[in-house]
Design a protein. Sequence first.
Length: 240
Amino acid sequence: MAPTTRAAPEAPSPLPSPAGWFWRSTLGKKVVMAVTGLVMLGFLVTHMLSNLKVFLGPEDINGYARWLRGMGEPVLHSHWGLWMARVALLASVVLHAVCAYQLSRRDLRARPVRYASRRARTSYATRTMRWGGVILGLFLVWHILDLTTGHAHPGGFQELHPYQNIIDTFSTWYGNLVYITAVCALGLHVRHGFWSAAQTLGVGSVARERALRFLANALALALTAGFVAVPVGVMTGVVS
């Protein structure tokens, strides 16, 4: 009788690292979304305020554009500070989008059957977060090609002259339509995203619920109004 050979025991699979476990977990992805969302919110507030400089005249906003190129000097070389900010922002956008997509796929797998009752569904802003994210992503590409690189600019793009570039863009009907539509989607996104980030990071509570909802609505309204004010200013001739 031939001797039986005993199969070698399988080696135990290595435990994932804390960083790997955090990234794979649903909670980890929600935290990444919350933190990157807050980074982007900080950028949006700064960007809105800088856009409003257009109402102070060309010297003010054009001077701000020149300052951005030299941000961090003399510690940093020219343009380095700007590119560091761009890389950080791009990383935040990519991480935010990847986590949103992966969480959306998990949600669909966990609940393949649609809600039977319309009342069981969440708010309008929540239901449109996915489409809002797609709209904002497409808008971001157009916005960069229009007012940053100039490849999609309707007029003669002028480097370091955002005042005239803004007038060129918002003197077209499609520039106003695309921009205002995207800004409205942004307002809904910020309203829901700020509230979700507060819950994920443990800031929310029953006692703070009313204050957080008020702050989320106020932020969304302020950003929407601030961004829309620029094309409206060009259309009405206040900025010319």
